[in-house]
Write a protein that binds this ligand. Structure first.
Ligand code: V47
Ligand code: SF4
Length: 395
């Protein structure tokens, strides 16, 4: 299969109209050589969609064949009150608008956790605004209670934005704070809060929260403690291509050092109900270009994920031909950050059967995973939507 793919990519490189500098990049990809920052920017500026798509698909199939992972998780958003003022955020409610805000107690969050008793979820994703009263101790108590109730549930929680704030308030170093959280039950970190690292852009869209160095340092500390994490990038607003490449380069460098990242998740900027509503959203073509180039540039990231509640189901299906090998598999609508920002999916709920079908419709193989990409079930062996939902194997 990969052999066949390689032949078709080689044929693409022989095309008489292909720019010589793109041919050089294509050859590097075929031979598994690393792309430079200049190569990355050039791909964004000069390469056709079919060119980057074919190369990204080649890399994807070399790494994962047709396998497309998803997982079963649920989200807890402890609060939407936030001390920060990111201009792209449609979600946070400062104290001035507190009547529109929510703050969940530990008891309320435990009630949510218990509502999944007996359901085959493997992960809880905890992320929200930065509330001055929800401190390190509060979240340690929460995680201890979750683990006491359901020890096998993987807790993926807190971005460096939340962590940096809670560590500074508690007067502990990132090393001390991460150790305390790990002991209380934190298993891994999600990818949020990264936005765009470059100060030219960060200073305009999220000036007051943790900077690039702080974000990367907290992930490095987590990796050094044996924890895994994800990384995101908020793209398609006021940044230029060089800022995207700079962002991915910083991630690639840290990954060379620690190997602790699992997944890269490009997040498409949505412009509803926020202070950047005048900035147009980028096109689907631009989305696919972003995914493909991420797959080519981040050669040391094992996985590339499309967050379907934000992109929409059909666009998420398309990404599976542009380098993506993972579709986030939230099973119900508990995440509000995207629906408030104008995501495609106002009701992002899919049954496992529907998600499996979505993946099969584009001739890929659905595989359920846990947070660390251990295989839970290979759905290739299951046939109908009903049999998938009921867990009956295909004979
Ligand atoms: O950091 C906020 C983004 C992120 C908007 O690790 C917006 O598995 C688009 O990181 N348009 C938080 N995006 C969510 C996140 C995430 C999501 C799913 C899976 C994982 C994972 C992580 O949401 C923020 C920010 O970049 N965001 N506002 C907006 N208007
Ligand atoms: Fe707060 Fe996160 Fe919104 Fe920024 S993106 S204002 S840190 S909730």
């Amino acid at each position: 299969m990969v052999q066949k793919q390689q032949h078709s990519v080689e044929a693409l490189l022989r095309h008489k109209d292909l720019l010589p500098e793109l041919k050089v990049i294509g050859e590097k990809v075929i031979h598994g050589e690393r792309l430079t920052m200049e190569d990355g920017v050039l791909l964004f500026e000069k390469a056709g969609l079919s060119f980057v798509g074919a190369l990204a698909n080649f890399v994807r199939e070399k790494l994962h064949g047709d396998i497309t992972y998803f997982n079963r998780n649920f989200h807890i958003e402890p609060t939407n009150v936030c001390v920060f003022t990111c201009s792209f955020c449609s979600y946070s409610r400062l104290y001035a608008k507190r009547e529109e805000g929510w703050e969940l107690s530990i008891e309320q969050m435990m009630h949510m956790v218990k509502s999944y008793d007996g359901k085959p979820v493997t992960e809880v994703h905890i992320v929200g605004g930065v509330h001055p009263k929800m401190n390190l101790q509060f979240f340690m108590d929460l995680m201890r209670q979750i683990k006491a109730h359901r020890p096998g549930l993987h807790i993926k929680g807190y971005t460096p934005v939340e962590l940096d704030y809670m560590f500074r308030k508690a007067k502990v170093t990132p090393e001390e704070g991460m150790k305390m959280l790990k002991e209380a039950g934190l298993d891994s970190l999600p990818g949020g809060g990264a936005e765009i690292f470059h100060p030219e852009i960060r200073s305009q869209i999220c000036d007051d929260k943790v900077d690039a160095e702080g974000w990367l340092h907290i992930h490095e500390v987590a990796h050094n403690l044996g924890m895994h994490s994800n990384a995101t990038m908020l793209y398609g607003h006021i940044e230029e291509y060089r800022h995207r490449i700079d962002h991915m380069k910083r991630l690639r460098d840290l990954q060379d050092k620690t190997g602790g990242f699992n997944t890269f998740i490009p997040l498409k900027f949505r412009n509803k109900q926020n202070d950047m509503s005048d900035v147009p959203e980028c096109s689907v073509v631009e989305d696919m270009r972003m995914y493909a180039i991420a797959r080519l540039f981040l050669d040391n990231f094992p996985h590339l994920k499309a967050y379907w509640p934000m992109l929409g189901r059909e666009n998420a299906q398309l990404t599976l031909s542009f380098g993506v090998n993972d579709i986030d598999g939230t099973i119900d609508d508990t995440t509000k950050i995207y629906s408030m920002a104008g995501s495609e999916e106002q009701n992002p709920a899919l049954t496992t059967g529907e998600l499996v079908n979505l993946i099969r419709q584009v001739r890929r193989i659905p595989v359920e995973r846990d947070t660390l990409y251990n295989v839970i079930r290979d759905y290739n062996k299951f046939e109908t939507e009903e049999s998938v939902s009921n867990g009956i194997p295909y004979k």
